[in-house]
Design a protein around this ligand. Structure first.
Ligand code: PMP
Length: 451
């Protein structure tokens, strides 16, 4: 995809909050945290956090208040809309609806597809891009062994049955593989279908241009884009969004309400009933402004170099197998899943955390059908994901730790506890912030024991 309108050349990578975070090991030492789980949720960019701190004094109601702070907050929300639209190269008549996250955005779109229209998707998708379509007429195409065959399958499925919408991932959250979106749009549009791209994993790694590619709708999450303040977005064509029932019924989504009737507002407000998450939207927009100049070059080079380092390191460890969907895929965002022979994925993840201060993801990554195909033995894997806060030391530490595990074994003992592998014992303090273990209040005992 081409460079978005916000982009300018920049070689400095932005910094993330918590880059120097120290975490405890089971041995009693502490170590700088190696966060290799950015595909799940990424830390805030420092300037996103600073932006929110600057805005907080002005935080007030939006759209209805006459007060100065209300007007500032309203302007912040509406300029955030413009910034998110620019980040994804939205067309001038596209709508940016703020949502909670990608799941919310795709569920919203599922309610906007015209009634008789079928939705088509692949079986490799994250549940967020599978389950919303199950609530309506839909078909699922099995991904073939190659990208070329998969595109041919999609083409034939689209030609055989009239389809309103093709829902496709921009980048797999399991393997990081990227599909050729331009070609998919051409195939879908030739068959009269629109395309929604689940960009939860693509947006943090690649420039996206709706206008240039013809993608009709795009869903993304702020918490994967270094803006973990609870906002995401659905961006795309106005007609379906204006014609659909309001996503939530309530204040802010209407123009006029009488005793018996209601005149709904057009999108985006039609689908944003209730008080919007202004700070979440502002954080997402600030992340977009900061990332746009670096995504095309500095961040891409950084991630590609680290992904190469990771893949080379993993390839040298006996018993480690990396997962991929297609034999001929040519692009991959910095996400990589793998298995370790004879070691459950949860065991490997617990070991990496407890003995090396490394955070990774394990399990089925909300993509159960895909994991059942890629690893029929256990259906599980370990996932490493890399982003702007990742360093070469993080990757090297991971490779050394895995090498130690397969050659000498772990130094601690581990057991499944409540369905998750954990060190036994686990002497690490579980409440470093002093806010109460398991969310219980700190302070005088309350409840029955305090009486
Ligand atoms: N799609 C993909 C590809 C994802 O990786 C995720 C998050 N793991 C989602 C959708 C859902 O994102 P969210 O939880 O932010 O709604």
């Amino acid at each position: 995809m081409s460079t978005p309108t916000l982009a300018r050349t920049c070689t400095e990578l932005p910094r993330v909050v918590g880059a120097d975070l120290r975490v405890p090991l089971v041995t009693g030492e502490t170590i700088t945290y190696a966060n290799l789980d950015l595909a799940a949720s990424a830390p805030a960019l420092e300037d996103v956090a600073a932006h929110i701190t600057t805005l907080l004094p002005y935080y007030s109601s939006v759209h209805r208040g006459a007060g100065y702070a209300s007007q500032v907050s309203t302007a912040v929300l509406e300029s955030a809309r413009a910034a998110v639209g620019a980040f994804v190269g939205a067309r001038s008549d596209d709508v940016v609806v703020f949502t909670r996250n990608t799941t919310d955005a795709l569920n919203l779109l599922a309610g906007c597809v015209p009634h008789s229209g079928q939705v088509l998707c692949l079986d490799i998708e994250h549940h967020a891009n599978l389950l919303p379509w199950r609530r309506r007429a839909h078909r699922v195409v099995r991904a073939a062994a190659t990208v070329e065959q998969t595109l041919a399958e999609l083409d034939s499925a689209l030609r055989s049955t009239p389809t309103a919408l093709l829902a496709i991932t921009g980048a797999s959250n399991v393997t990081g593989e990227v599909l050729p979106v331009d070609r998919i749009v051409a195939i879908a549009h030739a068959a009269g279908a629109r395309v929604v791209v689940d960009a939860a994993q693509l947006a943090p790694h690649r420039c996206i241009d709706l206008a240039a590619t013809g993608v009709d709708y795009l869903a993304l999450s702020g918490h994967k884009l270094y803006a973990p303040y609870g906002a995401g977005a659905l961006i795309g064509r106005r007609d379906w969004l204006d014609a659909a029932p309001a996503y939530l019924a309530g204040g802010g989504a209407v123009q006029e309400v009488t005793r018996d009737g209601v005149e709904w507002a057009p999108a985006p407000h039609r689908h944003e009933a209730g008080t919007p998450n202004v700070l979440g939207a502002a954080a997402l927009a600030q992340a977009c402004r900061t990332l746009a100049p670096v995504l095309a070059e500095a961040a891409l080079e950084h991630e590609r170099a680290l992904l190469e380092r990771l893949r080379t390191g993993l390839a040298a460890i006996p018993g480690v197998e990396t997962l991929r969907i297609w034999a001929d895929s040519t692009d991959q965002v910095a996400v990589q899943s793998f298995t370790v022979a004879d070691r459950p994925a949860g065991y490997v993840a617990a070991y990496l955390s407890a003995e090396h201060g490394i955070g990774v993801r394990d399990g089925r990554f909300c993509a159960h059908p895909l994991l059942a195909t890629l690893n029929p033995d256990s259906g599980e894997a370990v996932r490493v994901s890399i982003g702007v806060g990742t360093t070469a030391e993080h990757i090297d530490r991971l490779i050394d730790a895995l090498t130690t595990l397969v050659t000498r074994g772990a130094s601690w003992t581990y057991a499944p506890i409540d369905g998750r592998w954990a060190p036994t014992p686990d002497p690490r303090p579980i409440d470093p912030l002093g806010i109460g273990a398991l969310g219980l209040p700190v302070g005088p005992a309350c409840g029955p024991a305090g009486h």
